[in-house]
Design a protein around this ligand. Structure first.
Ligand SMILES: [Mn+2]
Length: 344
């Protein structure tokens, strides 16, 4: 598989197969299901091999990700700076999970950069260069969680996987593919899922925990967003939803409450590009989704200081939400051809 970049794998195999090491496992800011699932699985597997492992996230993540086995052992940097710093400072090995640019770990960046620990990158995002010594990356893989499984298998540690770590890997694959609706057309993903099922994971429970775990306020906010705020621009097969701070307050907004909102307009017939704008304290956060070949990572990079995958990306804007929306609407004409080409 050409898209897979593997470097220095024997070096890490030797280290992990040898005497006990101090290992820090770090993932990106605003961790998603893939980030948390990958870290928890890797942490548990490495601990069972006799290593001392600590997992660090730059900040808090939504409640619907807190059910995964081992969740209470995650150190959240923004809540526990000292503990997180100690884990990084004493680490012999630092795993960087589900990101490839140190700016994605915000304030932890410096600590990781300064550390002389061996850095191991496991990720599936596109990049021009890899900062770590050991690399296990593939941009065509569904998720980092799937790569964690392959990595462990390739190292020969498959016996260290148990039901709990398999559950975390499954949660990562499930969330990063929108329950196998995108980024999931390669047969290998399903071979991995088949093996995970053999560990006895409860697939249905994993689904309920993530997708049927919302507060009444969040459901009402979704109703409001779809009913009152969704804008359909037929001409460009595009839909927009936006939420101001005032609107979020009205529905007692909690972190993670707008997770997945950007996906709903893609269910409207003919819509192939969806954008979701949410006003944060000092910035407008934007999510993009598409169906087919329209590259939302390039769109986010070019106009909204962001990036991501072909069909799922994000960006941000400094200024008012109205300005962001106007800029977005004005940009669509430039993409008229790509947005209206026959494809279904
Ligand atoms: Mn991911």
């Amino acid at each position: 598989m050409k898209s897979r970049v593997i470097r220095e794998i024997n070096r890490i195999k030797k280290l992990l197969g040898g005497e006990s090491k101090n290992i820090a496992i770090i993932t990106h800011v605003n961790p998603d299901g893939d980030a948390i699932g990958s870290c928890l699985a890797l942490g548990r597997i490495l601990s069972s091999l006799g290593h001392h492992t600590g997992i660090i996230t730059p900040n808090m993540y939504p409640d619907f990700l807190k059910w995964m086995p081992g969740n209470d052992q995650i150190t959240i940097y923004s809540n526990a700076r000292k503990a997180a710093r100690e884990l990084i400072e004493k680490a012999d090995i630092i795993f960087c999970i589900d990101f490839n640019d140190l700016s994605r770990i915000k304030e932890i960046n410096d600590l990781v950069d300064k550390s002389s620990a061996l850095k191991v990158l496991i990720d599936h995002h596109p990049t021009e260069r890899y900062f770590a010594g050991v690399v296990y990356c593939d941009i065509n893989t569904s998720s980092t969680a799937e790569l964690v499984f392959d990595f462990i298998q390739e190292l020969g540690f498959e016996k260290a996987i148990d039901k709990e770590s398999a559950t975390c890997i499954f949660a990562g694959i499930m969330t990063d593919t929108g329950c196998f609706s995108f980024n999931s057309s390669i047969p290998h993903t399903y071979r991995v899922v088949a093996k995970l099922l053999e560990y006895g994971i409860d697939k249905d429970r994993a689904y309920y925990q993530v997708y049927d775990n919302f507060s009444p306020d969040r459901m009402r906010l979704l109703g409001y967003a779809l009913n009152d705020k969704m804008e359909i621009i037929q001409e460009y097969h595009t839909a927009i939803i936006s939420l101001t701070r005032e609107e979020q307050k009205r529905y007692h907004f909690q972190p993670g409450d707008s997770e997945g909102f950007v996906n709903y307009p893609l269910s409207v017939k003919g819509i192939r590009f969806s954008a979701f704008f949410i006003e944060k304290e000092d910035i407008i956060k934007i999510s993009f989704r598409s169906k087919g070949s329209f590259a939302v990572n390039r769109f986010a990079e070019s106009h909204f200081n962001g990036g991501g995958h072909l069909n799922a990306s994000g960006g941000e804007f400094k200024g008012t939400i109205e300005t962001a929306l106007n800029i977005f609407r004005d940009l669509l004409a430039q993409y008229h051809k790509e947005l209206t080409d026959e494809w279904l």
